[in-house]
Design a protein around this ligand. Structure first.
Ligand SMILES: [Zn+2]
Length: 321
């Protein structure tokens, strides 16, 4: 939550600087306000995406008709990410900009709005998902939870807007995009079913996911896992004994076998939970590091959306069974 408030402040501060940089970048690539766009004859559609998960959908749908640049690589936190000068040029130069939306890319809001005002096609894929499916946790102060990709059936809904946007630029490839979309959609259907089957292997009582960050709300709802976030413990100033005790009690009581870390969060808050549980006579271990807001290294299985989900589910099920 603090991350979010800090975020709103920095967005305002950044706005002026980024506005100037953006103006230069747009001028440099000759982008007027007349909404010029469209792929050059024969050339693939140039796409710039923010997070890897969004880039992955576009690659799957677009196939060889797109070249996709993802601005945020492995381990990058999209909540805190600020567009560099180079990023702004890559956004301004794209035929289409795809991003998650729902304020995931909180510090890029202004830049993305300006790009759209300059006539570039921008698509916030998560904002095209059936809004009745969105979660509104109280920590998000009225905003929907943006971490929709961990309910695979919801993420599948981002395919259709990608098809539409690509086909608007290159209508002659519509059938190809639709065929790719059908194949990728079937792959996600299979993945969604597999996630449910895997989580069902964990006895219901122990199906509790303790993580450091708030990314797994949709995952929990989709696959019947109770999600307990340590988000309030993610910085030194936020470290609260009361929160640790609440989690220690829950983990001990439910005999949960493992808790999980993420690379961006100090390990000691999780270690405090582990120690507290041991003092309670319950031996809990750290079940490993989960992918949350970024995929793994390109070229590895975890460098794709499907691979990232499979890696998390495998780790969770192995640790909690
Ligand atoms: Zn997040």
């Amino acid at each position: 939550m603090l991350k979010r408030q800090a975020c709103a402040r920095s967005v305002r501060r950044l706005a002026t600087v980024q506005g100037l940089v953006l103006a230069f970048a747009l001028a440099a690539v000759g982008c007027g306000s007349d909404g010029e766009k469209g792929s050059t004859e024969g050339q693939p559609i140039r796409v710039t995406a923010t997070v890897g998960m969004v880039a992955d959908v576009v690659r799957n749908v677009g196939g060889d008709r797109v070249t996709v640049t993802a601005l945020m690589g492995p381990g990058v936190d999209p909540h805190l990410y600020k567009a560099s000068e180079g990023d702004i040029a890559r956004l301004a130069d794209a035929d289409i900009v795809f991003y998650n939306g729902l304020l995931l890319e909180g510090k890029m809001t202004e830049v993305l709005e300006k790009i759209a005002q300059r006539g570039r096609t921008t698509v916030a894929v998560a904002e095209r998902i059936d809004a009745t499916k969105l979660l509104h946790p109280k920590e998000f102060e009225g905003h929907p939870d943006p971490h929709v990709w961990f309910d695979v059936s919801m993420w599948k809904q981002t395919i259709a807007p990608v098809v539409e946007a690509l086909a608007a630029v290159e209508p002659e490839s519509r059938e190809q995009f639709q065929a790719n979309a059908a194949r990728f959609g079937a792959e996600l259907d299979a993945l969604h079913a597999w996630c449910g089957e895997q989580l069902a292997l964990v006895p219901e009582e122990g199906r509790v996911l303790v993580t450091a960050h708030d990314a797994f709300g949709y995952f929990g709802r989709a696959y019947g896992v109770e999600v307990v976030g340590l988000q309030g413990l993610s910085t030194a100033s936020e470290y609260g004994l009361k929160d640790v005790r609440r989690i220690v009690d829950l983990v001990s009581e439910r005999r949960v076998k493992a808790v999980f870390v993420e690379s961006s969060v100090p390990k000691r808050s999780i270690e405090a939970v582990v120690e507290g549980c041991r003092a309670n006579g319950h031996d809990v271990r750290i079940g490993g590091e989960l992918f949350s807001d970024a995929m793994g290294e390109a070229g590895t299985p975890e460098g794709t959306y499907v691979g990232m989900v499979r890696a998390n589910v495998t780790k969770i099920v192995e640790a909690l069974r």
